[in-house]
Design a binder for this molecule. Structure first.
Ligand code: NAP
Ligand code: ZN
Length: 349
């Protein structure tokens, strides 16, 4: 099927309109018209080849809300007209121990990412949600709770699940003290979800600028990481810290904030960190861990929870032609707190 999208053609080229062919519908595929697509900092990293391995052209976008247009003959759970979602993965081996456990993101054979990943059957590079149409096998398509505002639901598919998964893995709930480093797309979802799970939540931000938003986000405390005396006072406080910082950074200021047996979970930077002292780890049996998105069943669980509690990201809706400006603003940290592209702005001509 012929379709259109926006693509980066090299690491320093702005995104521009791109016509391409989506694969023909397979027996277990769901095809959809894309309604909204969130803009994740990972899109920017991949468009710029920050992680290496970008294969151009790249059509980014892995926070996708769509309306089903067609289903393959073996599709059981979706029908034309359904409102559905796709996140960061579109396939996995479906038979390893991790896939069996619902951890498709940790598939032993590697998951197939929504964009910039070879398709498991035809080897073609996958293209993401900054496009008119998407196709994915049924197992990687999610149901969107009916009450959610569709224009704001897309970021749940990456920012939501990437923070929900470690919060669940570390049993966050009433009585737990959670810190969130970096109040951006992922960070503000971590705050909303941890508050929704009943934890005491502290925003850990570089400056005072976002303090006024803390109340609206229902965070209990706000800690400025550049304020040394405030950081010292907060020592030994947290059971879990979710670290969403997107660049190489120093963990040393943050580790003493953890209580004995506390964990700092990295979800932001994927790559080298600044040299870290083992002293706070050894002296408090503290841990540094990492976490990648979340499994499909867990993503559905998160969507359902957000439906029940009406948890939604704070979004700024943009047109697709404004994507390059949005990237510049994302780089400057000038977004409250997620850009979402209204895909009706992508015209055929
Ligand atoms: P974002 O909206 O740009 O937010 C990042 C926040 O980090 C900023 O708002 C800022 O918060 C803080 N920050 C930025 N630069 C910093 C620096 N140099 N030092 C310290 N703090 C800094 O980004 P996002 O979309 O939330 O994505 C965050 C990261 O998660 C990206 O690297 C992305 O690739 C990654 N990611 C990982 C996964 C996964 O599965 N693990 C999934 C999705 C995304 P303050 O102004 O409050 O300090
Ligand atoms: Zn993402």
């Amino acid at each position: 099927m012929k379709t259109i999208g926006y693509a980066a053609t090299s690491c320093d080229a702005p995104l521009k309109p791109f016509s391409f062919e989506r694969r023909a519908l397979r027996h277990n595929d769901v095809a959809m018209e894309v309604l909204y697509c969130g803009v994740c900092h990972s899109d920017l990293h991949q468009a710029r080849n920050d992680w290496g391995g970008s294969v151009y052209p790249i059509v980014p976008g892995h926070e996708i809300i769509g309306r089903v247009t067609e289903t393959g003959p073996d599709v059981k759970h979706f029908k034309q007209g359904d409102i559905v979602a796709i996140g960061c993965m579109v396939d996995s081996c479906q038979h390893c121990d991790q896939c069996d456990k619902g951890n498709e993101q940790y598939c032993r054979e590697g998951n197939t990412q929504t964009y910039n990943s070879p398709d498991r059957i035809d080897g073609q590079n996958t293209y993401g949600g900054y496009s008119k149409h998407m196709i994915a096998r049924e197992e990687f398509v999610l149901h969107v709770p009916k009450n959610l505002d569709l224009s704001r639901a897309a970021p749940l598919l990456c920012a939501g699940i990437t923070t929900y998964s470690p919060l669940r893995a570390w049993n966050v709930g009433p009585g737990k003290k959670v810190g969130v480093i970096g109040l951006g797309g992922l960070g503000h979802m971590a705050v909303k979800l941890a508050v929704g799970m009943g934890a005491e939540v502290t925003i850990i931000s570089r400056s005072d600028k976002k303090r006024t938003d803390a109340e609206e986000l229902k965070a209990h405390k706000y800690l400025v990481s550049s304020d040394e005396s405030a950081m010292q006072k907060a020592a030994n406080h947290f059971d879990v810290i979710i670290d969403t910082v997107p660049y190489k950074h120093d963990l040393d200021p943050y580790l003493p904030l953890l209580d004995v047996d506390g964990s700092l979970v990295i979800v932001g930077q994927i790559g080298p960190l600044a040299e870290t002292s083992s002293v706070p780890l050894v002296m408090g049996r503290r841990r540094v861990a990492g976490s990648l998105i979340g499994g499909i069943a867990e993503t559905q669980e998160m969507l359902n929870l957000c439906g029940e509690k009406n948890i939604l990201p704070d979004c700024e809706i943009i047109k697709i032609e404004d994507i390059n400006e949005a990237y510049e603003r994302l780089e400057r940290g000038d977004v409250h707190y997620r850009f979402v592209i209204d895909m009706s702005s992508l015209k055929n001509d």
